[in-house]
Design a protein around this ligand. Sequence first.
Ligand code: NAD
Length: 266
Amino acid sequence: MSNGNGRFTGKTAIITGAGSGIGRAAAVKLAREGANVALFDLKDERTKEAERELNAIREGCARAFDVDTSNPERVEKAVLEAVEIFGGIDIVFANAGINGVLAPIDEMKLEDWQKTLDINLNGTFLTIKYTIPHLKKRGQGSIIITSSVNGTREFTGFGMIAYSTTKAGQVGFAKMAALELAKFKIRVNVICPGAISTNIDQSTDVEGNIEKIAIPIEYPEGDQPLADGPGKPEEVADLVAFLASDESRHITGSQIFIDGAESLLR
Ligand code: NAD
């Protein structure tokens, strides 16, 4: 059990995609350091399990909300409920995302393209849109957005045209938002992970003929310069906690790669 005396004591975080992977690791990290956490995810067994895990750290610190981040009504309702339960919002981690359908552009169906944009990009917009008024009430806040190396420093994820477009869009959004919100002392930063061991592959559908567009790339010494394999969600959670904390108080509008230099090779 935590004594509730940490960097985030008295603070509340909303985390989207909190039922798995990076979002869940960030939720655990912030809760261990004293935060109350609203877990926004498509409420399934994994999210309820995350809620139980957090409440075992500190009873009452977590609540799971059944939210599809691409649905404005559900995001707005859950934000209001979280504010009612926890009394306000200090930290927003807009992290939910899917890989979605991978296909060559001419084979990509509009509805598949649209679904990835709806969840990854509209979901980021809606999460931030509906939480900003509550951060303003606090007189400060920290927003962190999960983009990716894909679409920002790596362009070799053949078929990931929709995904990479959303990840590039999130970087532009974060920088615009950082400027817009600076006068309210609300910071906005965007993180770009490389390969991290999570359940993201479950949200991947290869539909088209990717081989038709793939260009073979070979790295004689492998592709993970710093670590011997993909990163861990907990490593990303440490960065999220830093950006959520006062230790990063002069950092806003920054794009931070967390990939062990993997993307510099590509
Ligand atoms: P994950 O699949 O383990 O977790 C993503 C979570 O988001 C899941 O719990 C899922 O239910 C939730 N989610 C999906 N659609 C949702 C929706 N419409 N509404 C609410 N919740 C929804 O994957 P992860 O790797 O932890 O992904 C988190 C973020 O990290 C994503 O934005 C992803 O693009 C990004 N990312 C991941 C990697 C990686 O290698 N894992 C690399 C770069 C960026």
